[in-house]
Ligand binder design. Structure first.
Ligand SMILES: *[C@@H]1O[C@H](CO)[C@@H](O)[C@H](O)[C@H]1NC(C)=O
Ligand SMILES: *[C@@H]1O[C@H](CO)[C@@H](O)[C@H](O)[C@H]1NC(C)=O
Length: 246
């Protein structure tokens, strides 16, 4: 038999199929978001990668993950998708270093097929292993929580933690992280060096847009008190939550 010739209908189908293929030079990347505030531990967290997306010409694949720790509570917020920014190798660092509440970020932009493929918290395990550990405790306590104000950070879930000596001030803020379809707003409370904006210098973490609004802590309760008793922390906290609801 000679070579088979395509019928007009087959040819049309073939052309149709080709128009759905990624354009030459456009990259396939994983697309995902994460925001988990409870039950995060270093070894149980697994980023499920179910979706991929064809990027615009010249765009790369990005993965950005923010890891927050306050007291014994851990949270993860992240984004994967296309990015027009130039490629860079994985960068892992503390934006706010321990002791006390800490915020670490991992970010990576690459330009090979499905290369934004991180699925675990391994980069932060190494970072934390090399971080200074505070042995001395201060006499201060702070309400400690990270999560949504009407879920993980309901008053019943907020504990007062003893602060490390070098981070004796109570911090409380409302953070909003946005990138692509990621849009999450949550409370962060814990021990810090100062009650001031911690992420003032990071309006963006990778392509995650960050908005930090400090919650007002009653100065009379924080300043005068050598140590905030568990009772007054509760007072502060319920005040905060009421303010947040209004
Ligand atoms: C993840 O992507 C890198 C390229 O960035 C590749 O070398 C590696 O094999 C990939 N790993 C998995 C598990 O697909
Ligand atoms: C993000 O969520 C907030 C409230 O949860 C909403 O007011 C805002 O419009 C959302 N922004 C986008 C870009 O979706």
């Amino acid at each position: 038999m000679g070579p088979q010739h395509l019928q007009p209908m087959q040819l049309l189908c073939l052309l149709g199929a080709i128009s759905f293929l990624p354009r030459a030079g456009a990259l396939l990347c994983y697309e995902a978001k994460a925001s988990l505030f409870r039950a995060v531990s270093f070894h149980n967290w697994n980023w499920l990668l179910m979706r991929s997306v064809v990027c615009k010409l010249r765009e790369g694949c990005e993965e950005t993950l923010v890891f927050i720790e306050t007291g014994k509570i851990k949270a993860v917020v992240g984004f994967k998708g296309c990015s027009p920014a130039i490629s860079y190798p994985p960068q892992v660092s503390y934006l706010v270093a321990p002791p006390g509440m800490s915020i670490a970020s991992y970010s990576h932009i690459c330009r090979t097929y499905l290369c934004n493929n991180l699925t675990n918290l391994e980069p932060f395990v190494k970072l934390k292993a090399n971080a200074p550990k505070s042995i001395t405790a201060s006499s201060h306590n702070c309400p400690t929580c990270v999560g949504r104000h009407d879920q993980e950070c309901l008053p019943t879930f907020v504990n007062a933690e003893t602060c490390p000596y070098s981070a004796p001030k109570c911090y409380s803020s409302t953070l909003q992280f946005r990138a692509g379809t990621l849009n999450t707003t949550f409370l962060l409370m814990g021990c810090a060096r100062e009650h001031q904006k911690l992420l003032g210098n990071f309006q963006h973490i990778g392509s995650i847009q960050v908005n930090e609004v400090l919650n007002i802590i009653d100065k009379s309760q924080v300043v005068g008190a050598g140590s905030i008793s568990q009772c007054s922390s509760w007072g502060i906290l319920s005040g905060l939550l009421l303010a947040f609801r209004n």
